[in-house]
Write a protein that binds this ligand. Structure first.
Ligand code: GLN
Length: 537
């Protein structure tokens, strides 16, 4: 491990969904804003090798990194807050750990020994915990442990944390425990007991948390703080209140007010470089909270009852809205509700429509119907991945009058304008085998995409098996849907845009994955601007 790197572990207790990812990202932001280099990694206790094969209803969006890793959506928060790229090394699951250990065992690398959870699994976890630290690039590695303390699955990770803390000593590693302080409205009281129990549980695994971060709906009184400090053996100033916030982007400021970063630095014996420089962050927040305009944008998708399934898209709109001084109201629309008779009522009053990514779905016809409407009514449209593919199918059907489809929906279609990529046809395993990660895209000069990006070479992240079928390119372009972004090596069409429409863009990649607070994505920024213009007409 790198000698100078400090390790911060974030565990969770009482319940899941307390926002460990946001607390980790907020602490990371504060340390970074003090001039330190920081990265955040997440260890997930489930057995899938990665979340790529998980239904978004199970675990929310699958976040893809530049290096093509399919990862937990918390990595999206890390990137959005820190504006620093993550990679496969930032997300490790139980499945990956066991896979590595079992592969080694098959190679005979354990020299006849019995392979056990301790030390073999825990050693592999520790090896992965140190991977990013060993690069020597970071002052701090924040490691979020998924799940809650007490879950059977997370035990080996908790044991690894105990060992790392022992190995490195308390000047080099610390543990933050995030818990819930529930409010009983009948008694009008905040309750500390669940937190006491959770810390006891952590203690039973040999871990004394250094800092408690307490999620709460009401401010923590001094009395409550003292009680928590006393029963959980933490310093009074290490009981940190994490009160519910209007937006996740408030949390770094709330954590600064509670001095979370100062406590971390003091405990790790780090001298602070300077106070956190949060000027840009505050400008973003100021604009976010004081919008001058408002637009309503429809997000047409399949998993709309679970907004986490489109986390990065929703966040990209927040970044782009702030940039435009505009509040973006997202209207979540289930594609299955859209058909000929309902499209006008559902789409008619919107200022713009985004058709979301997705896989092999029933609601595809609804997406196509929505696109027909926005194409004809000149409503701003952004299609992402499947959304772009639907735009091509819609155009082929309703402008070229072809009996067209994507082979994902209809393998026997007469005109497969969207077809499986050649190299995908031989693949049988589902996990990690799509076209994944960052690829170059050359943009045609003078196109709308060129105007949006202000560049002719861009790099965007992908996650798909199907593509625009180039056999139809000439015919489709002639009729007005232009391929304006192309992968220079494979010739795959990455961007389509409609002539004679104020703003109709489809992209095969996922721009939402690269939008951050300090660097909102140009496609979203310009799309929101187009919605404002459309509304003003
Ligand atoms: N299902 C489509 C494909 O695999 C689109 C994927 C997506 O929207 N991410 O190509």
């Amino acid at each position: 491990m790198s000698s100078g790197t400090k390790y911060i572990f974030v565990t969770g207790g009482v319940t899941s969904s307390l926002g460990k990812g946001i607390i980790s990202a907020s602490l990371g932001k504060l340390l970074q804003a003090r001039g330190f280099t920081v990265t955040i990694q997440k260890f997930d206790p489930y057995i899938n090798i990665d979340p790529g094969t998980l239904n978004p209803y199970e675990h929310g969006e699958c976040y893809v990194t530049d290096d093509g890793a399919e990862t937990d959506l918390d990595l999206g928060h890390y990137e959005r807050f820190l504006n620093v790229r993550t990679s496969q090394a930032n997300n490790v699951t139980t499945g990956r750990i066991y896979n590595n250990v079992i592969t080694k065992e098959r190679k005979g690398e354990y020299l006849g020994k019995t392979v056990q959870v301790v030390p073999h699994i825990t050693d592999e976890i520790k090896r992965n915990m140190f991977l990013l630290g060993e690069t020597g690039q970071y002052d701090f590695i924040i490691t979020e442990i998924g799940g809650s303390v007490g879950d059977i699955e997370s035990l080996p990770f908790v044991e690894a944390v105990r060992q790392v803390r022992w190995d490195l000593g308390s000047n080099n590693a610390l543990v933050i425990h995030l818990t819930l302080i529930p409010y009983l409205s009948a008694a009008k009281e905040l309750k500390t007991k669940p937190t006491q129990h959770s810390v006891k549980e952590l203690l039973s695994y040999g871990i004394q948390p250094d800092i408690l971060v307490c999620r709460t709906e009401h401010p923590l009184s001094m009395e409550i703080r003292k009680k928590l400090a006393l029963f959980c053996n933490v310093n009074l100033n290490s009981v940190i209140e994490a009160i519910d916030a209007d937006t996740i982007y408030d949390v770094p400021l709330l954590m600064k007010k509670e001095k979370l970063d100062e406590r971390v630095l003091a405990k790790l014996k780090m001298t602070t470089k300077h106070e956190p420089d949060l000027v840009q962050w505050k400008i973003f927040l100021g604009k976010l909270k004081n919008p001058l305009n408002e637009v309503t944008i429809g997000l047409v998708g399949k998993y709309v009852s679970l907004p986490d399934a489109y986390k990065s898209i929703a966040e990209a709109f927040i970044h782009a809205g702030s940039q435009n001084d505009c509040k973006v109201n997202l209207k979540w629309i289930s594609s299955e509700d859209i058909h000929k008779d309902t499209v006008e009522t559902i789409i008619g009053s919107l200022d713009a429509v985004l058709v979301a990514p997705g896989f092999g779905e029933r609601g595809l016809e609804g997406k196509i119907e929505a696109i027909k409407y926005v194409r004809e009514h000149k409503t701003p449209f952004l299609g992402i991945c499947l959304g772009m593919q639907c735009a091509v199918v819609e155009f082929a059907r309703n402008v070229l009058h072809l009996d067209a489809s994507t082979t994902e929906l209809n393998p026997k279609t007469k005109h497969p304008v969207i077809d499986m990529m050649e190299e995908q046809k031989k693949i049988t395993n589902k996990g990690g085998t799509m076209r994944l990660g960052s690829y170059d895209c050359k943009i045609k000069k003078g196109s709308k995409a060129h105007h949006i990006y202000g560049d002719t070479l861009i790099h965007e992240r992908h996650r798909h098996r199907y593509e625009f079928n180039n056999k139809y390119l000439e015919q489709i372009e002639e009729a007005g849907l232009k391929g304006t972004g192309v992968n220079p090596e494979s010739g795959l069409i990455e961007i389509v845009e409609l002539k004679d429409h104020p703003w109709f863009v489809g992209v095969q990649f996922h721009p939402e994955l690269k939008s951050t607070v300090l660097s909102p994505h140009p496609l979203f920024v310009k799309f929101v601007a187009a919605a404002m213009e459309y509304k003003g007409k």
